[in-house]
Design a protein around this ligand. Sequence first.
Ligand SMILES: NC(=O)c1ccc[n+]([C@@H]2O[C@H](COP(=O)([O-])OP(=O)(O)OC[C@H]3O[C@@H](n4cnc5c(N)ncnc54)[C@H](O)[C@@H]3O)[C@@H](O)[C@H]2O)c1
Length: 384
Amino acid sequence: MKIGVLGAGSMGSGIAQVAASYGHNVVLYDTNIKAIEKAMDTMQKTLAKVVEKGKMTEDVKNALLSRIHSTDKMEEYAGCELIFEAIIENLEVKKSVFAKLEAIVGPDCILASNTSSLSIASIAAACQKPERVIGIHFFNPAPLMKLVEIIPAVQTSPETTEKAKAIIDSWEKLTVLTKDTPGFIVNRVARPFYGEALRILEEGLADIATIDWAMTELGAFRMGPFTLMDYIGNDINYTVTETVFSAFYFDPRYKPAFTQKRLAEAGYLGRKTGRGHYNYAEGAVMPQPNKDETLGRMILNRVLAMLINEAADALFWNVASREAIDTAMTNGVNYPKGLLKWADEIGIQEVVDRLDTLYNEYHEDRYRCSPLLRKMAKEGKSFY
Ligand SMILES: NC(=O)c1ccc[n+]([C@@H]2O[C@H](COP(=O)([O-])OP(=O)(O)OC[C@H]3O[C@@H](n4cnc5c(N)ncnc54)[C@H](O)[C@@H]3O)[C@@H](O)[C@H]2O)c1
């Protein structure tokens, strides 16, 4: 199959590599020649390391790379059956690019966007045949992350969804179907991991090292929220939160934190600038956690209750199935357990009680318990 990838940045080059590794001929297009050269060079170096580790032969690597044809001419997309768009996150730019694409490709070519935050419906609306447009959301780095969110827009035909899902499944990815709603599954359900941790910090209940310790040591999360925010970049993480917050008509559950906004403004973006929540400069002293078990449990229970509430609410609003939500969080952000499965283990009534305690303390809508959790607790039901 001939596949097109639009945008040779971190996501586009990763998607191109995945498609080529499954035997497809890939046309990788970008308006910026330097970006194309950098993408090809990085891919070459990354794959050389894979060969060095003995996980791929030199021949396989060379064959893979020979299947990727890079270009700055969009016309070379003629004959493609599927095109992945992974350019800058700007609706007007994406719309104009999709309209141009339609003039080049055949009537059955699927046009997929890798957008993290824009509505697929709004992108599809720029096309003559919006039924062929769909969201296919990979995670970074695309060759390593197994999860892919598949997002049909209101205009998308069932055939497009079926075909797109079948192709991505054949690349040994874990696909989850999700509604075209802000943040899809992962970028919505994960918000409290950062937001509630920032809130606990801002209230002065614990410091960053203690919160990170509680979430990793007691909660078995792979990274603490502050370490992870520094890793993602406080600018990017803040923007995702702000986008989800405004897209949900300013629902206080997603309210961004000033602490993170100020770090972004100061240029304390995280690892990439040498300083974020933590200071990564040589010789800087890393703060040590207060390993108080009671405090640690309070932190974990609070963040986890908010995460479970978010997962349950996504299910309540039919954003995705129970299995899809759990799969998305364990594979998209490597959570140690599916949140709904975790809720069953804790007990639904206990989760409701934790949320109600927070609500009664603050009287803020942020802590309102999802109607689904409350109903399940009343009926003595569990998710599985
Ligand atoms: N980076 C992530 O972690 C991540 C994860 C999932 C989804 N996404 C989404 O994927 C998309 C790409 O993100 P990225 O991080 O790879 O960006 P990036 O900045 O690394 O790359 C974008 C590339 O698109 C090119 N480009 C810009 N406008 C173009 C145009 N009109 N025509 C052709 N090429 C153009 C740029 O030259 C650049 O090479 C965005 O929609 C983003 O929201 C990003």
